[in-house]
Design a protein around this ligand. Sequence first.
Ligand code: PRP
Ligand code: URA
Length: 182
Amino acid sequence: MEFKAGLMDEKAIERALVRISHEIVEKNKGTKDIVLVGIKRRGVPLAERIQENIRKFEDAEIPVSSVDITLYRDDLEEDYETPMIKNAQIDVPIKDKKVILVDDVLYTGRTVRAALDAVTENGRPKSIQLAVLIDRGHRELPIRADYVGKNVPTSRNELIKVMLEEVDGRNAVDIFIKEGNE
Ligand SMILES: O=P(O)(O)OC[C@H]1O[C@H](OP(=O)(O)OP(=O)(O)O)[C@H](O)[C@@H]1O
Ligand SMILES: O=c1cc[nH]c(=O)[nH]1
């Protein structure tokens, strides 16, 4: 894999998350009934950072939970890995809540599709919204994000790598070029 460019540094990530936090409060006309659900792994620290921003700006405590979506080899297509629910247990009540799913990268939309199933297995929320740090296009499903940190036009042979302090030891978003059939 060949490094192509840096897309966001620590400051840029922070600014994008501050903006998204404000947009969430604005769109929902306050913080009432909002629940943040991070998609593991990197969606969880992103959800926690949004929670912290809203705590600071609004003096409001928003619950954060998570769903675990993992790639499984598709039985029918040898080269294809399908995102499926690993753990659908959401440990905060979501019935009649405004659930905001949070993930680092939105690409085909298949991870979010699985996450939507995981959420609805836990009850019927009032609404489900989606916040992502990076939207790189190439959707294969009718899914879009309500809050986007940065739209990044990409080709399919590129890879966006989001790195977060809590998981990777540093904060940055880089773009790489995949070689051959990687
Ligand atoms: O829209 P999609 O095509 O589903 O792609 C987006 C997903 O891909 C990444 O996870 P990945 O499966 O690469 O695992 P990772 O979080 O461990 O990097 C990313 O974190 C998103 O969850
Ligand atoms: O480029 C991509 C595509 C899916 N998931 C990522 O993390 N990066």
